[in-house]
Design a protein around this ligand. Structure first.
Ligand code: CA
Length: 228
């Protein structure tokens, strides 16, 4: 399930938009404050798109969008009440993906969100739902919008974990899928690669480790972030 972050201070609008998005199967995180929205973005790698109001109690959506762009390329859809704001959205090259003018139909908003997500992650929708995107053609993985610099073994191990989130893979099962001659390698090699993989993921999200160690069994990948 993909998560939409909704930053909107008008309760009636947030209620209607949130309901329409949930009806389409999205998980919706809501906040009325830009700063809180930025904090949520940094702590929840499942967020796939931001719906951002321009007039917020603690500042404006333009500044929030700029702040988002410093660490993320997630799509941003602006909610705007005035036509001069539309000119700024279009003219400032803020990296916004679309906008909806108030008053808007919640169903139209949900349709726009779906259209943007289809456009930005056509092949990776499934794996992006837990913050990971797998690009098998180029043997690379994106975690929370950032491409990871992985060794061949780290890439192959992560690919196994991504293939079935929440499933616990034993070291032997990982080795069977990753190593061409598993019997020639030590199971400890899996631990070593997992350790360096974790360091690379932590460099992107210091507060969140999506890999779970199951003592005596093996490893699994979380579908959703654990509570901080
Ligand atoms: Ca507002």
């Amino acid at each position: 399930m993909r998560t939409i972050l909704l930053i909107e201070d008008e309760t009636a609008i947030a209620d209607a938009a949130g309901y329409a998005l949930e009806t389409e199967g999205f998980r919706v995180l809501r906040t009325a404050l830009g700063q809180e929205g930025l904090a949520l973005l940094q702590s929840d790698p499942t967020i796939a798109l931001v719906v951002l109001d321009i007039g917020l109690p603690d500042g404006n959506g333009f500044d929030v969008c700029r702040a988002i762009r410093r660490f993320s390329e997630l799509p941003v859809l602006f909610l705007t009440a005035r036509s001069d704001e539309v000119d700024r959205i279009v003219g400032l090259e803020l990296g916004a993906d679309d906008y909806v003018t108030k008053p808007f139909s919640p169903r139209e908003l949900a349709a726009r969100v779906k259209a943007i997500l289809r456009r930005v992650q056509p092949a990776a929708e499934e794996s992006a739902s837990n913050g990971f995107e797998l690009d098998e053609g180029r043997a690379r993985v994106r975690w929370c919008s950032q491409w990871l610099a992985l060794t061949r073994y780290e890439y192959l191990i992560l690919k196994v974990l991504i293939s079935q989130p929440e499933r616990i893979f034993s070291r032997a099962q990982i080795m069977d899928q990753v190593w061409q001659e598993p019997e020639a390698s030590l199971e400890r090699a899996v631990d070593t690669h997992i350790k360096s993989l974790r360091q690379k993921l932590r460099a992107v999200t210091p507060e969140y480790d999506p890999i779970t160690t199951h003592r005596g069994f093996g490893y699994s990948l979380a579908v959703r972030p654990r509570a901080p």
